[in-house]
Design a protein around this ligand. Structure first.
Ligand SMILES: *Cc1c(COP(=O)(O)O)cnc(C)c1O
Length: 399
């Protein structure tokens, strides 16, 4: 049977004969913090010095991980009161910003009382935030999230250039900024996020330039200079066969040129980018143990002790149109030659629970551990762990 391709194993793991976590209780996510720290250091070296680095915690909100990341970044971006609580435990409120549609009053209140910045998604939300600030006697820190009139090309999840629950349409932004400033609120500037999971370096460069130009136009139209401009992120990581990494050094160099040319730089604007996946995604490995080997109609199935309930994305059910294979290997025989073509399925009673489809691997026996790479972002917290009532996944932070 012809195997289907798998995605590229991240370079930090690709040369190993075996993963160091063979004795870990499964099913488990293991996150290698040294890889995260190296990512942050590489990003810092690539970016112009005046660009703040934020971590978008929805990519991986594990508290132990947040605690280690917080001292290495300049800010945390959150998208719910639950994430806000976690962020405030490890970061000063002035470095926490809260985006996301449908913020309820208790969420607005929590952010305003703490002194976190709200990235406003609509005029209605702005009015509620101002009223809550008045009631609390606290000056709210308010940024306006813009629904940009362009989108990040090559982006897995597009968030601009169309009708959107996210952000305020460009044409209405200047007036909203004027209202916020007139109200006496502490206007924090713009938040412009135009997509996620782009592997197109040139598209990221162009989008950043367009984002700076948009911030300039909006500032001029509003007649107020933004204290901060959050340029979004969208840096993707390779998941599937043929995917190649982005060139962060080229992005940083181009951003430096664009920032240098912007009149906003003269106004001492604080630039920021916010990344989730690129910082943590390749640092995580999902480990599941083979419970059963079975044959059916000429195909071999490795049934493992976790699947869609822990790792929805690897089964192709989280924002992908066509199901493709994540990078996968046998954890104790990474370099061994392939001997058979197998399907790796989880224990759930649904055909959606397939972690790998017709992949070529060395022979695996019951008790062996299968590793799914590129699993550090949108894994445990983005999967339906209650579905079918299996035990929760272990999450282990290493190094
Ligand atoms: C999800 C999200 C991010 C993080 O996206 P990644 O693809 O994980 O980098 C950043 N900013 C906003 C507003 C988001 O919604």
């Amino acid at each position: 049977m012809t195997p289907k391709p798998i995605g590229p194993i991240p370079p930090e793991f690709a040369g190993l004969d075996a993963l160091p976590w063979l004795d870990a209780a499964t099913p488990a996510y293991v996150y290698d913090f040294a890889i995260v720290a190296a990512r942050i250091a590489r990003l810092r070296a690539a970016l112009p010095g005046q660009v703040a680095v934020h971590y978008a915690i929805k990519a991986n909100p594990l508290p132990a991980l947040l605690e280690r990341i917080a001292p290495l970044v300049d800010g945390l971006d959150v998208a719910s009161a639950g994430e806000l609580d976690k962020a405030l435990g490890v970061m000063a409120a002035s470095a926490v910003s809260f985006a996301g549609p449908g913020k309820r009053d208790f969420e607005l209140e929590a952010a305003i009382a703490a002194g976190a910045t709200l990235n406003l998604e609509s005029e209605g939300e702005a009015a509620r935030a101002l009223a809550i600030g008045e009631r609390l006697g606290v000056t709210p820190r308010l940024a306006v999230r813009v629904n940009p009139d362009f989108e990040l090309r090559g982006s897995g999840m597009k968030m601009g250039g169309r009708a959107s629950p996210f952000g305020v349409d460009v044409a209405r932004v200047p007036r909203l900024v004027q209202q916020i400033c007139a109200s006496g609120a502490d206007w924090q500037g713009f938040h412009i996020f135009s997509g996620s999971q782009s592997l197109d370096t040139e598209a990221i460069i162009q989008t950043q330039a367009a984002t700076i130009a948009l911030a300039e136009t909006l500032a001029e139209q509003a007649g107020w200079m933004p204290p901060r401009v959050n340029l979004g992120g969208g840096f993707g990581i390779p998941y599937f066969a043929g995917d190649t990494p982005i060139d962060v050094e080229a992005i940083g160099a181009a951003l430096g040129t664009a920032i240098h040319a912007s009149f906003l730089t003269l106004t001492k604007v604080e630039w920021a980018i916010e990344l989730g996946r690129w910082l943590v995604g390749e640092a995580g490995v999902y480990l599941a143990r083979v419970i059963d080997r079975k044959e059916s109609q000429g195909e071999t199935f490795l049934v493992v002790d976790g699947g869609l309930n822990h790792h929805l994305a690897a089964t192709g059910n989280f924002g992908t149109v066509v199901r493709r294979n994540y990078p996968v290997a046998l954890a104790h025989r990474m370099q061994a030659p392939a001997e058979e073509v197998v399907n790796i399925v989880g224990p759930l009673c649904t055909p959606l629970d397939r972690l790998a489809d017709r992949v070529a691997l060395p022979r695996a026996e019951v008790g062996d551990v299968v590793a799914i790479f590129a699993s550090g972002a949108y894994g445990a917290s983005a999967s339906p762990s209650a579905f079918l009532g299996h035990p929760p996944v272990h999450e282990i932070l290493q190094s």
